[in-house]
Design a protein. Structure first.
Length: 310
């Protein structure tokens, strides 16, 4: 029986050309965890990104889209990529989805997962007459606080993209993290601002807080790996890079860095596995040429060592 065909890989440049988006926009979506991290994309990724572009054109905020994507991956875990297998559309600034269930079309609010039903006016009045319980009021307050934090997070992204003074972006991210201490995205971005300023101590504090509030945030682990690698802590770097690919197996940049680390640590066979993994995900970039060169060096070194062992 023939092996199943693998999906064609598209480079970042091809994706940008097909979708008509800038490099800065694509980088921003990756930073917000709205698309797979790495050097290449599948056709399914492109379909999902087209949906994302359509929602942005409908003035749906990037924060709302990110929350909807995370919720749909949870609600429709049986689908390989729910963004390409259900109909997604905006209703005002909210995201709704339409899907088939027992041969019936159903609608759902993407983030909350609540089914959308059509009530007549009498039913609506009856529902509105229910007394509000204290716990519901607290939940509403928490939701409002989270929305406010998301607005500050989005403001920080906009300030960074506009090239505003770095202090303004830091203040926006700090406000988001203050209002919602579980805002892993704001914490990661704060860490990256300090990383770029080579303030390792502050960067590590923010990255570690991000991992604490969301242990499954691959980008936070990857950035911690970069930080430790920059400081010469190979063991710490490797630990977090491996955590990143455990969460997201096709994290191309993490495979690339792991291969470099194993090579520098004198473990070429382990390096080979990750160089090959990287090349399956990003076969056409300038970095892929480096990966092939390193693979060739490992192969030549193994050939030279062979006669000496005999």
């Amino acid at each position: 029986m023939p092996a199943p065909a693998t999906q064609q890989a598209y480079s970042r440049e091809e994706v940008r050309r097909q979708l008509g988006v800038s490099k800065r926009q694509l980088d921003s979506w990756e930073k917000q965890n709205l698309l797979p991290s790495g050097g290449s994309f599948t056709f399914s990724d492109i379909l999902a990104l087209r949906t994302h572009v359509g929602l942005r054109k409908s003035n749906v905020s990037a924060v709302q889209i990110r929350k909807a994507i995370q919720a749909m991956r949870k609600h429709f875990s049986e689908f390989e990529n729910p963004l390409t297998e259900v109909r997604i559309y905006s209703q005002g600034k909210k995201i709704q989805i339409q899907f088939a269930d027992n041969n019936e079309n159903r609608k759902m609010e993407a983030i909350s997962g609540q089914l959308i039903l059509d009530f007549d006016k009498a039913e609506i009045n009856k529902l509105l007459s229910f007394p509000v319980r204290a716990e519901e009021s607290k939940a509403a307050q928490k939701m409002r606080a989270r929305r406010e934090a998301e607005n500050w997070f989005e403001k920080g992204l906009d300030l960074e993209q506009a090239g505003a003074p770095v202090e303004e972006a830091i203040a926006a991210y700090q406000k988001a993290a203050e209002i919602d201490p579980t805002s892993a995205g704001a914490l990661v971005n704060l860490g990256t601002v300090h990383f770029n300023a080579r303030d390792w101590r502050q960067a590590e504090q923010y990255y570690r807080r991000a991992v604490e509030v969301d242990p499954e945030y691959a980008l936070a682990h990857f950035n911690l790996g970069n930080l430790y690698d920059e400081r010469g802590d190979q063991a710490g770097a490797l630990n977090h890079y491996l955590a990143a690919i455990r969460i997201h197996a096709r994290y191309a940049d993490a495979h690339y860095n792991i291969a470099l680390l194993y090579q520098s640590m004198g473990q070429p066979l382990k390096a080979v596995r990750h160089w090959k993994a990287y090349l399956t995900m990003d076969p056409g970039s300038a970095w892929a040429a480096i990966a092939r060169r390193e693979l060739t060096k490992i192969k030549e070194a193994a050939i030279l060592r062979g006669p000496q062992r005999r």
